[in-house]
Design a protein around this ligand. Structure first.
Ligand code: SF4
Length: 296
C-alpha cells in the first residue's frame, strides 16, 4: 500500500501520532511518504493538533483525520500506539518525544486534558521512549508529578546519560522539598518549566522557586507558562516573574472550537511578553501598546 501522511500544523515539533502510524505501516512493508496533493494514495492520514491551524481543503474525502485540532479526542488503536515512533520522517529532530503518564488529577476549566485523557495513569517507562541515537527526551506529560509512576521514572533517570525537557510544565503545587531535591539531580536540556495560569499560583511559584534554588535550579532556568485571559491579571504575573528573574511565556487562551482565535489585545500582549528583547526593555504593556498600534 502507498500511504500519505499530512501534518496539518507543520510546527518544528514532530507529530507523535503520525510517527507511530508511519512505523506501523512500514512494519507491514507499506510505502510511507508525506502526502502530495497531485498523487493518489491507498490511504491518507491527516493529523491536526491545534484548533487554529487551517483545514486543508485539498485532502481526499476519505482521509483519516485525527487530533484535537479536528475535534477528535480519541486514542490511536492499541497496536499502533504500541509502535516505537518512526523518527525518520522528521530527520531534523534529534530528540525523543513521549509520555511517561497520561491524564491529570485536576480539572482546570480552560484545559482539554481531563476531557481528552481522563484520570492520570502510568503509560511508558523512559527507557521505552529513549532513542538509541540521542540522550535527549522531551516529555509531554501533563502532570507528571501527580503520578507515582511518573515520579519513580524521573527518579530512575538520576545518574543516567539522559537529559529531559518536560514541555507541558510541572505542577508547582506538587513540588515538595523531596521532589525539588530530585529535580535538582536530573539533567535538563535547558529549562525547568512551570505554569502560572491564575493569580493564586504566583505565590506558589515564588515559594517553590526558593525550594528549587536550594537544589541548584536558579530562577533564570524557570520557564513559566502564563495563561492570558484577563490582561491585567496576566500582566501582574508576567511582571512579577520577570522581576524574579524567571522566563514568563504568555499563552493566550483559546477555547477548543475551530474558529477560536485570541483577541487582538491578547495577541499583542503575547508579542510583548514573548519577544524577550522587547519584554526586558519595555516595562509595561501600556508602554508597548502606545508605541505599537494594535494589529487586527
Ligand atoms: S493541571 Fe494542567 S493538565 Fe491538568 S487540568 Fe490543569 S491545566 Fe490541564
Amino acid at each position: 500500500m502507498l500511504i500519505g501522511l499530512h501534518d496539518a500544523d507543520r510546527t518544528r515539533f514532530p507529530n507523535y501520532a503520525l510517527m507511530k502510524i508511519s512505523a506501523w505501516h512500514k512494519a507491514r512493508d507499506d510505502t510511507v511518504e508525506w502526502w502530495n496533493p497531485i498523487k493518489t494514495y491507498d490511504r491518507v492520514y491527516s493529523s491536526k493538533v491545534f484548533s487554529y491551524t487551517p483545514v486543508c481543503d485539498d485532502l481526499p474525502p476519505d482521509a483519516i483525520k485525527g487530533g484535537t485540532g479536528y475535534g477528535e479526542y480519541g486514542e490511536l488503536p492499541a497496536e499502533v500506539d504500541a509502535c516505537f515512533p518512526d523518527y525518520s520522517i522528521y530527520p531534523d529532530v534529534r530528540y525523543a518525544i513521549g509520555f511517561l503518564t497520561r491524564g491529570c488529577i485536576r480539572r482546570c476549566p480552560w484545559c482539554i486534558v481531563p476531557r481528552k485523557e481522563g484520570i492520570i495513569r502510568p503509560y511508558r517507562t523512559w527507557r521505552e521512549i529513549k532513542r538509541s541515537d540521542s540522550r535527549d527526551i522531551v516529555l509531554m506529560d501533563n502532570n507528571i508529578l501527580a503520578c507515582p509512576h511518573g515520579v519513580d521514572q524521573l527518579q530512575s533517570m538520576i545518574g543516567e546519560d539522559v537529559r529531559i525537557d518536560i514541555n507541558q510544565g510541572l505542577d508547582a503545587r506538587l513540588i515538595t522539598p523531596e521532589i525539588a531535591a530530585m529535580l535538582g539531580r536530573l539533567k535538563w536540556i535547558r529549562f525547568v518549566r512551570l505554569s502560572c495560569d491564575t493569580d493564586d499560583m504566583l505565590p506558589v511559584i515564588q515559594d517553590k522557586a526558593r525550594l528549587l534554588n536550594a537544589h541548584g535550579i536558579k530562577n533564570w532556568r524557570l520557564f513559566v507558562y502564563v495563561l492570558v485571559r484577563d490582561i491585567p491579571s496576566a500582566e501582574r504575573r508576567c511582571i512579577a516573574l520577570r522581576g524574579a528573574g524567571m522566563v514568563p511565556f504568555a499563552q493566550p487562551y483559546r477555547d477548543f472550537t475551530a474558529d477560536a482565535v485570541p483577541t487582538p489585545e491578547q495577541a499583542a500582549f503575547a508579542r510583548w511578553v514573548n519577544r524577550k528583547a522587547i519584554f526586558m526593555s519595555v516595562p509595561r504593556f501600556s508602554d508597548y501598546k502606545s508605541n505599537r498600534p494594535m494589529r487586527g
